[in-house]
Design a protein around this ligand. Structure first.
Ligand code: MF3
Ligand code: CO
Ligand code: CO
Length: 294
């Protein structure tokens, strides 16, 4: 279908962007990534997730950009901060849901009395900004204080899973190839891929077709074509894949309270492969940024 203003769309409703549209995504992606880079020194035991979100909102505004999440379906914050067994959409400033070793209660809604990070907490910070109408969406893992070996393994596997998914992005491959690459690797490491949340098309909108599943069969799903923009954002659990959303209607947790990790990049399909829009300017995307942390 041709449209003078909207460009072209595939039969699956996936927008095919023009070469000049990549520039818009580069700017938005770079800002989101730089803000995540800036958060490295602000994550430590005793820090509040609400304070991290405040710093993020401040940086979005200072850049003359807009937060895509403030006001999105009633969400009020510039970031999602998902601690330990929170899978995604953790609310900054809200009490951190209690983990397995913190309570004998099975009540998943039970919270710490505050939003203060403790030594050994792992957390995902997810930021989406709008720059000149283009959306940049990225998230990565951080650690408060000492990283425990099991958490380190989980973070490494999740990072590698995202990168394997990105390596499957090239014209002629399918969305099923991406999901299959992620699932096969994660399950080979005896961890599980979350099914209840997925990546998404984006561009001049936040969430567009297709749903980018982090599991699936090679060769299935829509064929990748140059100009497609989407996120890949696998969530990986140490335990079972099942999740539940808490009574705040946002916070998604693992049902078995096992630790969960996530990394997210916004990418575009090029003529020959893939461009990552949300690469870290400071090289702090991978957890080895810890070397830069005091
Ligand atoms: N940034 C998230 C994503 O990766 C969406 C967050 S929506 C919010 O798609 F409202 F929870 F912020
Ligand atoms: Co996303
Ligand atoms: Co995101």
């Amino acid at each position: 279908m041709e449209d003078t203003f909207l460009g072209t769309t595939t039969a699956d409703g996936i927008r095919l962007h023009r070469p000049e549209d990549f520039d818009g995504m580069r700017k938005a992606g770079a800002l989101a990534a730089r803000i995540l880079d800036d958060m490295v020194e602000h994550v430590y035991p005793g820090q509040r997730t609400g304070e991290i979100d405040r710093l993020i909102e401040e940086r979005v505004k200072a850049a003359g950009a807009t937060s895509a999440t403030i006001g999105y379906r009633g969400y009020k914050h510039a970031s999602c901060i998902s601690v330990n067994h929170v899978v995604c959409h953790g609310i900054p400033g809200a009490g951190v849901p209690m983990g397995k070793d913190e309570t004998i209660s099975r009540d998943l809604d039970k919270r710490r009395p505050d939003d203060v990070l403790r030594d050994g907490d792992i957390l995902n910070i997810d930021v989406t900004v709008i720059v000149d109408g283009w959306f940049g969406d990225t998230s990565r893992m951080y650690v408060a204080g000492t990283l425990k070996p099991r958490a380190e393994k989980l973070i490494q596997v999740t990072y590698d899973a995202l990168m394997l998914g990105i390596e499957a992005v090239r014209p002629g491959n399918t969305f099923g190839d991406i999901g299959n690459a992620i699932q096969a690797y994660v399950e080979s490491q005896r961890m599980s891929v979350v099914r209840d949340f997925c990546g998404h098309g984006l561009g001049q909108v936040f969430h567009a077709p297709p749903n980018v599943l982090h599991y699936g069969r090679a060769g299935r799903g829509p064929v990748l074509e140059p100009g497609m923009f989407f996120t890949i954002e696998p969530m990986v659990n140490l335990g079972k894949p099942d999740t539940r959303v808490l009574s705040d209607d946002w916070t998604a947790v693992t049902r078995d309270k096992s630790l969960s990790a996530q990394f997210e990049h916004s990418v575009g399909v090029t003529e020959t492969g893939v461009e990552i829009f949300t690469s870290s300017p400071a090289g702090r995307f991978h957890p080895t940024w810890r070397a830069a942390q005091r």
